[in-house]
Design a binder for this molecule. Structure first.
Ligand code: FE2
Length: 227
């Protein structure tokens, strides 16, 4: 039997309902990461922190962007920069408008056995993480301390057919200096950390609002208690 004639080109196929996820490794981050790690560990000794999705570990209050330190200001600029880029990249650029960002941020310190259960960040637009320190992970667990973003398409794992045809799993290696941003409705988790030392990360939420003026970004930290 002859092969059926091929007719479809790439332009005939729409990838609908895609989920934008950015990963960006900030260069020259050693000094700022060292300062952030020192500040976060110092804060940990003075505050019991919160319990949210974290199972074990320390979750700071959500006011990290209000901590008075140069490294925090650098981080805040980095989050704003990536959140603005993502917003512009996934929305139409028609007309001029102002993008307002409201940002909340908190630190996470995980030690051996600590992890984050499956959750999302309701009530905001973008969520993400910045990795400060990876600790000293054991080498015998390929999922060690990794962030996993879960496929949001209902049924894809039930009706997907051959493995890998539609679905797949998306893992993020916690590299110091790496910033990840994804839609806040996207469910995610963090696999248990096994290793010595601390795995330190910083999570954030960004709420985006548009207004019809010039395209100038403005952002402000808030104290919303989410995440
Ligand atoms: Fe999260």
């Amino acid at each position: 039997m002859n092969q059926p004639r091929s007719v479809l080109q790439k332009e005939h196929v729409a990838v609908t309902f895609g989920t934008p996820v950015s990963t960006y490794l900030w260069p020259d981050s050693d000094a700022v990461n060292a300062a952030l790690a020192s500040l976060i560990l110092q804060k940990e000794t003075a505050d019991r922190g919160l319990t949210r999705s974290n199972v074990g570990g320390w979750h700071s209050q959500t006011d990290l962007f209000l901590w008075d330190a140069d490294c925090v200001r650098t981080l805040k600029d980095r989050v704003a920069s990536c959140a603005l880029d993502m917003t512009r990249l996934v929305t139409t650029g028609e007309g001029q408008r102002k993008i307002n960002l409201q940002m909340d941020c908190w630190a996470n310190v995980s030690r051996r056995g600590h992890y984050n259960s499956v959750h999302d960040h309701a009530g905001t637009t973008w969520s993400g993480v910045y990795y400060v320190s990876g600790g000293k992970p054991d080498n015998d667990d390929p999922l060690n301390g990794k962030l996993e973003l879960l496929d949001p398409r209902i049924g894809v794992n039930v009706f997907g057919g051959e493995e890998g045809l539609f679905g797949g799993r998306y893992f993020v290696e916690p590299l110091p200096g790496l910033m990840v941003i994804f839609p806040s409705w996207l469910k995610h988790m963090v696999h248990p950390f096994s290793g010595s030392g601390e795995r330190i990360s910083i999570s954030f939420n960004v709420r985006v609002q548009f207004s019809a003026t010039d395209d100038i970004a403005r952002y402000s930290p808030t104290k919303a208690d989410i995440g």
